[in-house]
Structures are given as C-alpha cells and as structure tokens.
Design a protein around this ligand. Structure first.
Ligand code: ARG
Length: 458
C-alpha cells in the first residue's frame, strides 16, 4: 500500500522486506518538516509554471489541512506506508484526488529527506542552545554567591591544591561555552538547502532554488546536487557536538555523585532531585546524575553508528542513510531531557562549605606553596620540592602540621624562613591569594573571570 514506485514491478513486496524497509515508525518525527518542505516545493513548482494556479491553491489547501489534522489528532492509520514522505503524499491524494500526485514533480525523496533533516535540526538547535545557556547562568549564580568558598582541588582524585569553589564551577562554564560555539558552527553548516538536488543530478525542472531557500529561511543552498543528497556531515557534526557536551555533563555528574557521598559530603541534593532506595530507608541517591553519566553512552553509540554507516557509501544516496534518523532523534530527545533535569539539580544543590574548607585545610595542601616560597629565597625549585617533601614526611610521621612543630625544627629544616613565613601555611587563604594571575584561582582573578563569563551569557 502507498508505494511511490510500483510502476515497473510485477510482484508485490515480500512482507519481511516491508518490515525491514519501512521507516515511518520513526521518521514520523519529521512530519511537520515534510509538510513545510512540500509547501515550499509546491510554491517553486507554481512559480516555474509547472503547475497551474488552481492546482497550486488546491494542493496547498490540502497540505495545510493535513498539517492541521495531524496537529489536532496525531497521525492515524500509518500501517502499511513506507515512510513519512509516502504517507503525507498518500494523505494528500486522499484529500484532493489524483492531482495530489503532482506534488512530487521535480523532486526525489533523496532531496526531500535531506531537506526534512536540515529543517529538523534548524528547529532544535536553538532550543538546545537555550538550555545550555540556562545551565551556564546557574553556574554563574553559584560562583557569584560563593566568592570566598575554598575547596580542595583534585588531580588523580587526590587532594592537590586549595581552589575556590567558584573557580571549579567556572571551569564548567568555559567547557559549555565551547559547546555553544561548536553548536553555532553546526548550525552554520546545517543552514544549507538541499531541495532541488532531485535524486542526484538536480531537478529536471527550472526551479528557483535561491528563492525557495529564502522562503524556507535557509542562508545558503548546496552548490552541488550530488553533495546535497549524499551529505550527512551536518548530522555527524551535531552528534559530535552532542557527544562532547554529554562528556562534560557526565564529568560534572561524576563529581556530584562523589561529592554527595557520605565520604565526601561536599554537597547535599535537594529532595526533588534525588531518589530513595526501595530497601534501605536511609538512602538518598543521586539517580539524576547517574542517568546523565549513563546516557552519555548511548549518545556516543549513535555517533559511532552513523560514522560507521557512512564510511563505505559510494556517492550519492544509499538506503543505508535511512539509519541516520533513530540515533539523531534519540540524541535530541536525550539532551532535551538531560539538560533541564541536571540544571535543576545543580540549581538546587547546597554546598557544604565548611566541609570543603576543612578538607582544603588538612593534608598539607600547602606543600607546593612551601616549595614556591623557598624558590623566592633563591633555592632552585627541584631542591625546594625535595625539602618540602621531607617536611611532609616529618609531618606524616609525627601526625603534626608544619605550624605545630617545635620551632627548633623549623630552624633546622628551613633556616631561611622566618616564623611568620611558616605561619603563612596555617591559612589556606594564603594559597589562594598567591594565584592572582589571569586564569588562576586568586580571589580577584576569579572575580575578573566571573565578570568576563557574565558578559558572554548576556
Ligand atoms: N526513508 C528514506 C530515508 O530515510 C527516504 C529516502 C528514500 N529514498 C530512496 N531513494 N529510496 O532515507
């Protein structure tokens, strides 16, 4: 039923082939783009004198009615149709009679499906952009509200050096900023109209592609019909953007999971963004963050699947390319679900600033600063590093911090340092203040960074 290509066939299609071949169960997602594209194509046919005015009016009315019907009641009786393009065409013929068959003049499903996909991404990219921006604003607000909160910074998940919580949060801001810039680039290369490419060689009718592109809101048109129908770079680029975005979200999710553990207790999740255990009444689980981390896998998977699908295809269109859709739709849906839930979690999270401060104040995080101070006294860094290391060893052996030592020991270990200089290490704040260079965790440096970041989201 509803085939667009029955003419040269004697036998009907095998039932198993119908099942394998159909894409309507998933490309129905494109129904509105398909109608929008068809309306523009219809206009081009009329302007080029290929259909008469009354035909144009009738077909346009039919398409608009189908759009209204689907909007109101969804897609009905889709059983037996091959794809969204055949379905909409069949509905049109049902409404306006055989004249509906004129719509596909000068067009192939190859340029049609490419057009639908371009329109679909053009519609979704701005929505995703907005979600990322919202996330960035939440990070900025936390950074602004915590200008002096100190936490331990980690390398190898070992306490490394004291940093400002604001500095840590702003690190994610910049990652998301690059995600936005990447998405901007994807949009630019998605803003290309393939319609008019026909099956491969260009439509056999002299339609004004530039005019149609304007009507559809495209900045440019493909300059090569073979490229137009064989190109899925824009989808791959989007998937690549999405994979990197998810990687960033997943790293943040991982930190939230660790930070909310009893062992860390750096953060407390709001009840609305946490879940309980069916068995253990005391549990409060970070499921949202775990799902963000978990869903990263499927996004990478779709990206790799399509890269692999495309790699062996001779130009131009091949049916393999029908495989581009489910992964794309799933990625868009995943991102649209993940971003608001995770940004809600981050927005409502509370930071246990005392716990963070305590963690930053213990375990000799001043060691690098001590080596740096020795450098200021003219000692080569390597040597300073070693001497600071020996001091740490003594601290560990005696279970005492540097400023708790017997002053005679300081004199012996660090004859070049005064008592005040030793006491610098008692306050982690001093470690922060040493780093006022651009990009450092110093109080003023982070304030400047925050101002710069704020300028970017407005
Ligand atoms: N359902 C097809 C797809 O998604 C539409 C294009 C079919 N073109 C063709 N020549 N069979 O790719």
């Amino acid at each position: 039923m509803g085939k667009l290509w029955g003419g040269r066939f004697e036998n009907t299609t095998n039932e198993k082939v119908e099942i394998l071949n159909e894409s309507l169960t998933f490309d129905r997602e494109l129904w509105e783009e398909d109608i929008i594209g068809s309306l523009a194509h219809l206009g081009a046919l009329f302007e080029a004198g290929i259909i008469r005015e009354e035909e144009y009016v009738k077909l346009k009315k039919g398409l608009l009615e189908i759009r209204r019907d689907i909007k109101k009641a969804g897609m009905k009786s889709i059983q037996g149709y091959e794809d969204i393009h055949s379905y909409i065409e069949a509905m049109l013929i049902k409404k306006v009679g055989q004249i509906g068959g004129k719509l596909h003049t000068g067009r192939s499903r190859n340029d049609q499906v490419a057009l639908d996909l371009h329109l679909y991404l053009k519609k979704n990219i701005p929505l995703i952009k907005q979600e990322i921006k919202n996330f960035q604003i939440i990070l900025l607000n936390h950074a602004e509200e915590n200008p002096e909160t100190i936490m331990p910074g980690y390398t190898h998940l070992q306490r490394a050096q004291p940093t400002l919580l604001a500095h840590h949060l702003l690190a994610y801001f910049w990652k998301f900023q690059r995600d936005l810039e990447r998405l901007e680039g994807v949009l630019e290369r998605t803003d290309l109209m393939p319609l008019g490419a026909g099956a491969i060689a260009g439509s056999g009718f002299p339609m004004d592609r530039e005019k149609t592109a304007k009507i559809l809101g495209f900045k440019e048109i493909y300059q090569n019909s073979i490229d137009a129908v064989s190109d899925r770079d824009f989808i791959l680029e989007f998937m690549s953007f999405a994979s990197i975005l998810m990687m960033h979200l997943s790293r943040m999710a991982e930190e939230i999971i660790i930070w909310s553990s009893l062992e860390f207790k750096f953060v407390e999740l709001d009840d609305a963004f946490a879940t309980g255990s069916s068995l253990m009444p005391q549990k409060k689980n970070p499921d949202v963050a775990e799902l963000v981390r978990g869903k990263t896998g499927r996004v990478y998977g779709h990206f790799f699947a399509l890269l692999t699908t495309m790699k062996g295809l001779p130009l131009a269109y091949n049916k393999d390319m029908q495989e581009d859709k489910e992964g794309l739709f799933d990625i868009v849906k995943t991102i649209k679900n993940v971003l608001p839930a995770f940004s809600g979690l981050i927005k409502t999270i509370s930071f246990n600033t005392e716990k963070m401060y305590k963690a930053a104040s213990s375990d000799y995080l001043w060691a690098t600063d001590l080596a740096d101070l020795l450098v200021e006294k003219g000692i080569p860094f390597r040597k300073g590093h070693e001497r600071a290391g020996r001091a740490i060893k003594k601290c560990l052996e005696e279970g005492k911090n540097l400023f708790e030592w017997d002053p005679r020991d300081w004199k012996e270990f660090f004859p070049e340092l005064s008592e005040e200089e030793i006491f610098i290490f008692q306050a982690v704040e001093n470690s922060i203040s040493r780093r006022e260079l651009i990009g450092g965790t110093g109080y003023r440096a982070v304030k400047q960074q925050l101002e710069l970041a704020k300028g970017l989201v407005n």
